[in-house]
Design a protein around this ligand. Sequence first.
Ligand code: ARG
Length: 465
Amino acid sequence: MTATPPPGAPWGGRFVQPTDPAVRAFTASLPFDHRLWPYDLEGSEAWARALAKGGVLTEAELEVLLKGLAAIREELERGAFPFRPELEDIHMNIERRLQEKVGEVGGKLHTGRSRNDQVALDMRLYLRAEIRAIRQAIRDCQAALVAQAETHPDAPMPGYTHLQRAQPILLAHHLLAYVFMLERDRERYRDCLGRVERLPLGAGALAGTTVPVDRHELARGLGFALPAPNSVDAVSDRDFALEFLGTSAILAMHLSRLGEELVLWASQEFGFVELPDAFATGSSLMPQKKNPDVAELIRAKAGRVYGDLVALLTVMKGLPLAYQRDMQEDKEAFFDAADTVKASLGVLAPFLRALVFRTDRLRAAAGEGYTTATDLADYLVRRGTPFRQAHELTGRIVRYAIEQGRPLAGLTLEELRRFSPLVGPDVHQALTVEASLAAREVYGGTGPEAVRRALAEARALLEAP
Ligand code: ARG
């Protein structure tokens, strides 16, 4: 009696018994890798062409395969593709469908190819598209930050260290801090792209393909810089996905810091921003509430993305070369990370644009809490006092002012001179928020001119690719 091949599996020849349904369900990746279909088709079209060049397919056969793949693309776009859960993954689903559509010649597409190099290619093509989209979404958030900075070029606010008021800065300067921070994220994604764009196709299962393909040409055709130089590494490597996750984790961390600041600023304690209704939520119980849920969730998403990174690092740890099925666990992690950072960036840009800054509150806070004490010390230094001594003197003056319940600028010249005879009548001018800002025109500082130049620098970044 001839054995019936197990339904679905393409390795029927070697097997007598069908796969246990529990095994099929447990090992399937189709439930999540189906979204790789555009990239699987792109890779298959390129491989079909390489097969024709290598003499494995006739021109007529190539035409048939490309037509079949185009028809499958159309089905997938329409949502009419008959997914078969009994076939492990998207690769086998598409290959089986191709055979249905074009008959026996469909079985030639997988010549000299393995799902190991195929899936590695699909992931690289997917990540390339995601990186482009994420870099654009970062740009959009940067543009929103720059627009807010340009709306408030002269508004002062308190700068903080230890969440204690430290020195006056310009709101525009604070916002630009995030613009330049996000620029590093864009750079990291671009660097990451340099290693994503390496062609694994032609590595076969692990040893290289027997089909005479020019892998350099194949790489160029897919827009990749170069082929991966080692077939074993090509199918074992998930560094590019880890880099993507690491880069995304850093980006998510940055967004969480901004989210946290927005939460703080929207509180009544700070009152620095008015949350736009469209980007706030209410309470089902407390009628007065207006909550910063969007900012809180942006803050929280970092945890998810870190989880994705740690999950894949842990999957890859200790894996022997070359492909191991463990590596199938990579996809959900980077799908989730890509979806998560895109979602955060997507809501953040319009949220930032809609924020209303309460510049009166920011301005008042900028001068409260002895934020110009450093300027008093600097004043004494200009008068010849060594900085350490000026620091000590100013500290005593601040303590005196606190005891009196008065601001620094509220002390009379006479009171100040009791601490140092070097204090002159121009001291009060030096203690204003404006003077404090104007004293910091160093490149990268918060002086109004320096910030104007930084704004121009940021504007120029927005134009760059
Ligand atoms: N579904 C598999 C994955 O996502 C495709 C590669 C399978 N290769 C294999 N030798 N089982 O990793």
